[in-house]
Design a protein around this ligand. Structure first.
Ligand SMILES: [Zn+2]
Length: 288
């Protein structure tokens, strides 16, 4: 708990910049993998129809939830959620809950579930030490929420060795996989502070990096449900000098597992929807 009290120091987590080159590389990799697939098809002699049949059979046998076709991607420059094409609604916001599952995550998941609003819970390993804590994570995942990696013990990554950075990220991935049967697909560094190494590692581990657009629940004046609701819904936080709105289509909203945030959550969702924003389903965000 104490490790998280300092939390993210900036309102907006857009300090990180990633090169567009990377996107291009990813596109290329994708093309290459499609090419390999085609080659494999030639080798095995399986027709597209055979494959479809196999896939159908698999679908019947599997109890896994239906795979949602990607509609959005995370902009790696400003961390917003962007539609993949013009026919997709751009007026969305992404809800994220960090430092989970501490005391309020399950309650928050219940609130969101009742409102049919998706979210990513960014979890820490030090909240997953006991069977009770593991149960909480399983429950949140079973309710349909995405689980993201927020490091094992919430360190300031630039201050620790590369070996320790690796341990912080991989150990948590393994812990999460042991509990829910899959590894996280998103990574958010504590305080939004990545190193070149953690960026590379997250990518190698198949995780999408993200900081956030705005979040206010870790600033003293907004540790109050009513004030926080107002700030999250308007995008403005005048008591910390944010007098302009950071609420825009695609905004990536940072919240935490905290008492005042849990209390405010329902009205935050309703207030955003009142303004015509859709809460994006994180499963619709492109990860691979
Ligand atoms: Zn955190």
């Amino acid at each position: 708990m104490s490790a998280c009290s300092s939390e993210e120091s900036s309102v907006s987590g857009d300090s990180e910049n990633q090169k567009e080159e990377k996107d291009k590389d990813q596109e290329k990799e994708k093309e290459e993998s499609q090419e390999n697939k085609n080659k494999q098809e030639e080798k095995t002699g399986k027709t597209e129809k055979d494959k479809e049949k196999e896939e159908e059979e698999e679908e019947v046998a599997s109890t896994a939830p239906a795979i949602t076709e990607p509609k959005y991607k995370i902009n790696q420059k400003n961390w917003s959620v962007q539609p993949l094409n013009e026919s997709i609604n751009e007026k969305v916001v992404l809800l994220t809950i960090d430092d989970a599952p501490d005391k309020y995550a399950v309650e928050m998941a219940n609130t969101l579930k009742e409102l049919d609003a998706g979210a990513i819970f960014f979890v820490n390993g030090h909240f997953l030490d006991t069977p009770e804590e593991k149960k909480k994570l399983k429950k949140i995942h079973d309710m349909g929420f995405m689980i993201g990696n927020h490091t094992y013990s919430h360190p300031f990554l630039p201050d620790i060795s590369q070996e320790e950075q690796k341990e912080e990220i991989l150990q948590l991935n393994n812990t999460v996989e042991e509990i829910i049967g899959e590894k996280p697909l998103f990574f958010r560094a504590p305080n939004g502070a990545n190193t070149d190494y953690t960026k590379r590692l997250a990518h190698e581990e198949g995780m999408i990096l993200m900081n956030w657009s705005y979040g206010y629940d870790y600033f003293e004046p907004y540790m109050d449900a009513k004030k926080l609701t107002e700030a999250m819904v308007t995008g403005k936080a005048p008591e910390i000098d944010i007098t302009y709105s950071l609420l825009k289509p695609g905004a990536n909203l940072l919240m935490h597992d905290r008492e005042w945030t849990a209390k405010a959550l329902k009205n935050i969702v309703l207030g955003l929807r009142d303004q015509g924003y859709e809460i994006v389903d994180p499963h619709a965000i492109k990860t691979k």
